[in-house]
Design a protein around this ligand. Structure first.
Ligand code: AR6
Length: 172
């Protein structure tokens, strides 16, 4: 598992993950950036998907993006921590990884789902994300390169610390 600071729309990976909402019809933040960069055909494909529940994910093509696919995940809105937010966040990441494997994706990049507009505390989210992905990779022995794409130095520091100082790189 790798961590980088980047704009996710620039990444040349098989799949980038979108922090979408349950309509899958676009929005602000990373969702807005992905739709803008992919072009209007992405919205067309999303319209046909009929939305997506929180904690779930759905895949589309990447259109004008360098990435072949976009996996649209719907994270929980932070409500104080007692509304199953951690389970729903973990479920999002797990579903993305499962969908990636079903589609022969070898390289995948995640944004920090739910930690923008949806208000999930960044450290708590990163702990869950790393534990969930690590667990999935160990259990499935997946040949999948996972990158956590941070958008700020603050997020980058959090992920680096949690993944370990030694270059924050884990293979597996
Ligand atoms: N590349 C990588 N990360 C980004 C980018 C980017 N181009 N832009 C923002 N981030 P958010 P959410 C980071 O708000 O909290 C939308 O309107 C950002 O700094 O995009 O899951 C949807 O339609 C933050 O760390 O997603 C939903 O309605 C992280 O991406 C709602 O927002 C997530 O922030 C979803 O909210």
């Amino acid at each position: 598992m790798n961590v980088i600071k980047a704009d996710i729309i620039t990444l040349q990976v098989d799949a980038i993950v979108n922090a979408a909402n349950s309509t899958l019809l676009g929005g602000g933040g990373v969702d807005g950036a992905i739709h803008l960069a992919a072009g209007p055909e992405l919205l067309q494909e999303c319209r046909a998907l009929g939305g997506c529940p929180t904690g779930e994910a759905k895949i589309t093509r990447g259109y004008n993006l360098p990435a072949k696919y976009v996996i649209h995940a719907v994270g929980p809105i932070w409500q104080g921590g007692n509304a199953r937010e951690s389970q729903l966040l973990a479920s999002c990441y797990r579903r993305c990884l499962e969908i990636a494997m079903e589609n022969n994706v070898k390289t995948i990049a995640f944004p920090s789902i739910s930690t923008g507009v949806y208000g999930y505390p960044k450290e708590e989210a990163a702990e869950i994300v790393i534990a969930t992905c690590r667990d999935f990779m160990q259990k499935t022995n997946a040949a999948l390169e996972v990158t956590f794409c941070c958008f700020s130095d603050h997020d980058l520091r959090i992920y680096r610390e949690l993944l370990g100082a030694a270059g924050a790189r884990e293979t597996g």
